[in-house]
Design a protein around this ligand. Structure first.
Ligand code: OOB
Length: 537
């Protein structure tokens, strides 16, 4: 399969440092089965699979995929919820050399049609029904050119995953340098891009992450974010847990209702959340009495965690908090378990690998002064060198010497820790003045009546852009009004031009497929409607 490889000099360096090894993701599971065969690898409801059983099931699945005619290098779009089938299908495809495109259950026609076409998928693998949605209907709309639609559950007009024959052809030898999976970019502009992750870079990603989290065979990891996302899959997530012989528990939903029960029943020790869920879990501990004391580590990442919530999370949810600033493209930053509390609540961590190269640059691509905010550029042993099949886009997304321009604005502390200051595109240009959406959100959250906040720039004929604050009101509180809210913000020392021009109250903020606040959806909604109260001056 075509992808942009690392130049030989970098490959040599990563190998010499012992970061790149001759390992594959299947090898990771085989090693675990050899060492911990009878330990429980995977729990899905009443189903409990030992490492030996899981390994066997994935080999059978791999044979089946080969038997269907799927060939090494073929692509298969996988859109399964957090079930044992997700893991068995993922490894079955890997064993057959087929590259899974890891779609999220919340993706719909536009995204899936794009993945299927762009990757020229030979298969599309779905559940029958999940969360009230019939994926077979979706398949009918997007899978015209796809050779195999395979269904976990009742297949309707398609083929049931359980009917795929389990005896079959020899499985191919895998090359650790080949792409193992195609992850979906979390980027919010344009069509989602596909990110090739090789066996060896992704195995390193999982192994090094497990080390940073001090994962051992005694750990029980709860996958409650969608398993196809990089965070719960490999940071250290499912793959990192398999690498140390721990147990993975699949949660069908991230809601406290479901997840708290699993934490109590399975004595879960580690899990990962996006900030909106961390907030919801924290709220739920106010009335839910289930025992969460087994949870030794709560990872939060995917979007900025506000400092106030960070301070309140512990010990209500987890004995220890870890902030994770990562991206499907590669670079991962973690606060370390032995970092000072202040670093853990105020920063988004520091790079995982000693071989991660990080630059913080200004508009001209020149390094900013120490501690100043700038765009984050990065290059390293598990950061991609090019998105899949988009050469024109790659020409601008990467520098000529291979740095990935992340689009994130960060400040770096002398310790190496990064503080995310927003996205370049989320800096609102209000009549020539720059307003940081992220900063304003943090100030809004300090207001007692504001439970959640999103700040966006909306097109405006006078100022170019104006500042719109969208908030969800704290339960039981009275909705804030714009004028007193502005006074509150001024009282916190904010300049006049950074104050919101418009305030919108919503009962619930829209979320992306992985559960981050969906600002694109908000911008679409509110750029179509004028604020009540007439023209903005
Ligand atoms: C994770 O990955 P993606 O690919 O869904 O999204 C990446 C983007 C980053 O470029 C950044 O803009 C934002 O999400 N982000 C954060 C953040 N973590 C991610 N912004 C502020 N603070 C954070 N802690 O979201 C992801 C992948 C692996 C591990 C964790 C998160």
């Amino acid at each position: 399969m075509t992808f942009t490889p690392w130049p030989a000099e970098f490959a040599d360096r990563y190998r010499a440092a012992g970061i790149w090894r001759d390992e594959t993701l299947c090898g990771l599971l085989d090693d675990a089965a050899a060492r911990w065969g009878s330990s429980i690898a995977l729990v899905d409801g009443a189903r409990r699979l030992s490492y030996a059983e899981l390994s066997e099931a994935t080999i059978a699945m791999g044979h089946g995929f080969a038997r269907l005619g799927l060939r090494p290098g073929d692509r298969a779009v996988v859109q399964l919820p957090n079930t044992a089938e997700f893991v068995i299908t993922l490894f079955g495809l890997l064993r057959a050399g087929v590259v899974p495109v890891l779609a999220l259950p919340a993706h719909r026609r536009t995204e899936i049609a794009h993945f299927v076409a762009h990757a020229e998928a030979a298969a599309y693998i779905i559940p029958d029904l999940f969360a009230g949605f019939d994926y077979r209907t979706l398949a009918g709309e997007v899978a015209d050119g796809v050779r195999h639609v395979l269904v976990a559950g009742e297949p309707g007009r398609y083929t049931a995953l359980r009917d795929v024959p389990s005896d079959g052809l020899d499985l191919p030898d895998l090359d650790p340098g080949d792409p193992a999976v195609l992850l979906i970019s979390g980027g919010t502009t344009g069509k989602p891009k596909l990110i090739p992750r090789t066996h060896r870079d992704y195995a390193y990603n999982a192994r090094a992450s497990a080390e940073v989290c001090a994962l051992t065979a005694d750990d029980v990891y709860l996958a409650c974010l969608p398993a196809a996302h990089n965070f719960p899959l490999a940071c250290p997530g499912i793959l990192g847990t398999f690498g140390v012989g721990g147990t993975v528990v699949m949660s069908p939903s991230p809601s406290p209702d479901t997840a708290f029960g699993l934490i109590e029943a399975e004595r879960v020790t580690v899990t990962a959340l996006v900030p909106p869920l961390a907030r919801l879990w924290h709220e739920a501990t106010g009335w839910d009495t289930r025992d969460l004391r087994s949870l030794r580590l709560l990872q939060v990442g995917g979007a900025k965690l506000d400092e106030d919530l960070a301070r309140r999370l512990r010990p209500a949810v987890g004995r220890q908090l870890q902030q994770v600033f990562g991206m499907a493209e590669g670079l991962l930053n973690y606060t370390r378990l032995d970092d000072a509390d202040e670093l853990i609540v105020t920063t988004q961590g520091r790079p995982l690998s000693t071989m991660d190269e990080v630059r913080v640059v200004d508009r001209d691509g020149l390094p900013v002064a120490a501690g100043e905010a700038g765009e984050l550029w990065t290059r390293g042993p598990y950061t991609l060198r090019g998105y899949y099949r988009v050469p024109e886009y790659n020409a601008t997304a990467f520098t000529p010497d291979g740095f990935f321009r992340t689009g994130d604005l960060v400040r770096q502390l002398p310790s190496g820790h990064l503080i995310v200051a927003g996205r370049i595109k989320e800096v609102i240009n209000r009549g020539g003045e720059n307003v940081s959406a992220t900063e304003l959100e943090e100030h809004l959250l300090a207001h007692p009546a504001v439970a959640q906040a999103a700040v966006l720039g909306l097109p405006d004929p006078v100022h170019g852009e104006i500042v719109c604050a969208v908030v969800r009101v704290t339960a039981g509180a009275e909705a804030p009004r714009l004028k007193p809210l502005k006074a509150f913000l001024t009282g916190r020392g904010l300049a006049r031009f950074t104050l919101p021009d418009r305030l919108e109250i919503l009962d619930e903020l829209p979320h992306t497929a992985v559960g981050k606040i969906d600002k694109r959806a908000l911008a679409l909604t509110f750029s179509r409607t004028r604020a009540a109260g007439g023209p903005i001056v």
